[in-house]
Design a protein around this ligand. Structure first.
Ligand code: EPS
Length: 401
């Protein structure tokens, strides 16, 4: 069976975005309301531009579904673009004064044109709607196994929160995050972040920030240390760096590891039999500096990732640039844009990260149907709880399967 994977297609101002997810097991319940709720969340957040008032992102299933369940075939989804005017020359003028920080310059040289339009249409963060849809589908797969994701905004410019997110408090933070205009579950910091975005708008400038996602409920052993391409942390970094405008990814303590000695970085291990039936299988850590991954595999702790989003590169005030046709100095072109899309990026990263966990989860518990995946998952946990496995015990347990 194919590895869980996805592809996206569609231009920002084309007729629609199209998402194909392959490798889904038959029998997977596709929670359309949940997928659409994630898409709606991505459209929100203080600092978004006019486009979000035009769009109303929802998925339409085009293939791979019967009676609300995946059938094991490629799943094809469409999100319609209401602002679809790519072929309308009057409304989509050429972009020939590239924006520093945008794909404009590199793309126009790469595709040998002085009109950056075709480059920017795919580079646009509109594509992140597709990635949220794919990630939300992956979350439908993870949920029956108790694996859930929580993402939020950690900081915008210098307005940052410092609270800890734990297995015990994250559910209470969901409502606080959803009540925040900036998706930051801290009211005082939300106010400062709003003020920063408001000021950036007045200054015709833009701002970025840091988003964080936690994935709860993974047992140890998702991902693999045997080959770098199968390491979960490597997959996360690859996928998250692929999100528009992301410039850095950190797992757990991240960069901070460099300024601490080993004894203040690594999470001591103990065994608590009363927690044998939790995702940790009883292998307890009192800190989670590793961000839930060791050797590229989950270690039973929550997976914690952070992404840094640069400020949006379309500035109303412009930046020094050139006219690609004459090479003369000009200010960069302005296109309708967001002042800050960090809130949206938190939803994108949460879903993108969940997809990578689901990908590694399916690699480990591979099966054509949810029945098989469930059986493989349960028998793995059974063996893991029986450790150390004596050869006879293994044989007996194996026969009993
Ligand atoms: C974007 C420019 C804006 C944003 C867009 C990303 O698009 P438009 O030029 O149509 O106003 O709104 O983001 C989205 C459309 C979205 O759905 O997130 C860009 O240049 O990256």
């Amino acid at each position: 069976m194919p590895t869980l994977n996805y592809q996206t297609a569609g231009e920002s101002h084309g007729p629609s975005l199209v998402i194909t997810v392959t490798g889904l097991p038959a029998g997977l319940d596709l929670d359309e309301a949940f997928i659409n709720a994630e898409l709606a969340r991505r459209q929100g957040g203080y600092g978004r531009g006019g486009r979000q008032r035009i769009e109303q992102d929802t998925v339409e299933f085009l293939a791979g579904v019967r009676r609300g369940k995946a059938i094991g075939a490629p799943l094809v989804m469409r999100i319609v673009n209401n602002d679809s005017r790519l072929d309308d020359l009057a409304k989509t003028p050429p972009v020939y004064r590239p924006r520093p920080g945008h794909a404009d310059l590199a793309g126009s040289v790469k595709w040998l044109t002085t009109d950056c339009r075709e480059t920017l249409e795919r580079a646009s963060a509109r594509e992140t709607a597709s990635r949220v849809a794919a990630g939300a589908v992956a979350r439908c797969l993870l949920r029956p196994f108790g694996i859930e994701a929580f993402g939020f905004v950690r900081s915008i410019l210098d307005a940052a929160t410092t609270f800890d997110v734990t297995e015990d408090n994250w559910r209470s933070l969901v409502a606080k995050r959803d009540a925040s205009d900036t998706y930051c579950p801290d009211e005082a910091v939300t106010q400062r972040q709003r003020e920063i975005i408001r000021q950036a708008k007045i200054d015709q400038d833009t701002v970025g920030g840091i988003v964080e996602a936690h994935i709860f409920g993974c047992p140890p052993g998702i991902g693999s240390s045997m080959d770098w391409t199968t390491k979960l942390d490597a997959r996360l970094a690859y996928a998250i760096m692929g999100i528009q405008a992301f410039k850095a990814v950190e797992i757990g303590l991240g960069r901070e590891c460099a300024s601490r000695t080993g004894s203040r970085v690594h999470d001591p291990i103990r065994y608590d039999p009363s927690r044998k039936n939790t995702p940790s299988l009883g292998f307890v850590r009192d800190s989670n500096n590793a961000g839930g991954t060791e050797g590229g595999m989950t270690n039973g702790q929550p997976v914690v990732v952070r992404g840094t989003m640069k400020p949006i590169s379309t500035l109303l005030r412009g930046m020094p640039s050139i006219d690609l046709n004459t090479k003369e100095a000009q200010m960069s072109q302005y296109e309708r844009s967001d002042v800050c899309a960090v809130s949206a990026a938190s939803v994108v990263m949460e879903n993108v990260a969940a997809f990578e966990v689901a990908r590694c989860f399916c690699d480990k518990f591979a099966g054509d149907s949810m029945f098989e995946i469930t059986r493989n998952y349960e028998s793995y946990l059974k063996f893991a709880r029986m450790l150390p496995l004596e050869p006879p015990a293994m044989t007996i347990a194996g026969k009993g399967e």
